[in-house]
Design a protein around this ligand. Structure first.
Ligand SMILES: NC(=O)c1ccc[n+]([C@@H]2O[C@H](COP(=O)([O-])OP(=O)(O)OC[C@H]3O[C@@H](n4cnc5c(N)ncnc54)[C@H](O)[C@@H]3O)[C@@H](O)[C@H]2O)c1
Length: 372
């Protein structure tokens, strides 16, 4: 079992990475959580697969366990779902000293974390991520949120968990598409500040033949190491800037474009990680256009994104709708839009309001299949 310790100003907590943690985390949790009752939150699909094991180990460790199933999918990461969970917490008699445990992907983690942060002004919170994306990204760093009809993650908090258990054995049942979408966040970490991690992924991508991805055993040692490296990178950033006042924004590499892709396709065409994957390629192309990035590095980034295999742009997507979606992101910033752009593999920088013609040309390249 690997362990990464996260020390932020508001909380210190461990992230455990290993196989079959789900059925043996109860006694370990006892060292971190002084609760009597735990509300386990899980979407119906994950609950069906894994809630039994989780329930068993927690009960054996002496916790009173309540299971709350939520509907999966982005539309259900909502205040309405949060209200349903408050009802369950009240009905279960959860007190200040008790806990919420998120068993699932990023949607479950964000929603359950939001409930933990706000119920009785905040109770303990444990993350048991079951997607690769949630293991390397959403379960670490303390961002929790629900969506508002006007936009994603508009209502939320910074609220660190008390412990994270990333059980890589559960990745065996994760659909391959979800796995490679999550890997985009690992590529992102390599690009931001771990060139060795990027090289490792690049070597893997070269080992697979055209169109073939199955070179990674989801619960093998290599994947555990990739997860740990990505978490270490995130830790180093989050520990310096927990509330995204400055440095933490580097983690948004690929996300400004990614959010525009998600918004303008109504959150139906791309998985979050797939939109981020294209976002990395778009950031590379824009950086190249602005002469910030050498062509060779641009090509390496685009090649690895192609290996991840996000779906091509749908026919209805237009340059104008993408630019409009970027405008909304800009309003959220309250200032000029800030892009995180790669300068080379392992180094990024902030760039304020790039020229419109460079943005237009970058989107045209994407829409006309010229990101190759
Ligand atoms: N808080 C943060 O810092 C942060 C960072 C990145 C993304 N996010 C959020 O995360 C969300 C996306 O998370 P996600 O990609 O994990 O999506 P998700 O939670 O919807 O999970 C994806 C799908 O995989 C299924 N699933 C989960 N684990 C499984 C397993 N082990 N086996 C089989 N099926 C499994 C789920 O039922 C679901 O259908 C978005 O809402 C995004 O905004 C948050």
């Amino acid at each position: 079992m690997l362990k990464v310790q996260i020390d932020t100003r508001s909380k210190s907590y461990p992230v455990y990475i290993g196989d079959h943690l789900l059925s043996r985390m109860g006694p370990v949790l006892k060292n971190h959580l002084d609760a009597r009752a735990i509300l386990v939150v899980s979407d119906a699909h994950v609950a069906h697969l894994y809630a039994g094991r989780c329930w068993e180990t927690l009960r054996q460790a002496g916790y009173r366990v309540e299971l709350a199933e939520i509907a999966g999918g982005e539309p259900h990461k909502s205040l309405e779902s949060a209200t349903g969970l408050y009802d369950r917490a009240i009905a279960a008699g959860l007190h200040r000293g008790d806990a919420v445990l998120a068993l699932g992907g990023g949607i479950t983690g964000d929603l359950a974390g939001f409930v933990a942060a706000t119920y009785l002004r905040g109770i303990s919170f444990v993350q048991v991520p079951t997607t690769l994306l949630a293991m390397v990204d959403s379960s670490v760093g303390g961002k929790v949120a629900v969506n508002h009809p006007r936009g994603k993650n508009l209502i939320g908090a910074f609220y660190q968990p008390d412990a994270v258990f990333a059980d890589t054995a559960v990745l065996q049942t994760l659909p391959e598409r979800e796995f490679y979408a999550g890997l985009a966040e690992v590529v992102k970490c390599g690009l931001i500040g771990d060139p060795g991690l990027f090289l490792r992924l690049e070597a893997l991508s070269r080992r697979s033949r055209e169109g073939e991805k199955k070179v990674l055993d989801p619960s093998g040692l290599l994947v555990k190491k990739l997860i740990a490296r990505a978490i270490l990178l995130k830790r180093n950033v989050v520990c310096q800037d927990e509330r995204e006042e400055d440095l933490r924004r580097v983690l948004n590499l690929g996300h400004t474009f990614g959010h525009a892709l998600e918004t303008s396709t109504g959150y139906t065409h791309y998985l979050h990680g797939e939109a981020v994957a294209w976002g990395l390629a778009l950031a590379a192309r824009l950086a190249r256009r602005l002469n910030l990035l050498q062509e060779l590095d641009e090509q390496r980034i685009i090649r690895i994104v192609r290996w991840l295999g996000p779906p091509a742009a749908p026919g209805f997507l237009t340059r104008d709708s993408l630019l409009e979606a970027l405008q909304f992101d800009k309003k959220r910033e309250g200032v000029d839009s800030i892009f995180v752009l790669p300068l080379r593999i392992g180094r990024v920088s902030f760039f304020r309001s790039p020229p419109l013609d460079a943005l237009q040309a970058t989107f045209d390249d994407f829409l006309q299949g010229r990101l190759a």
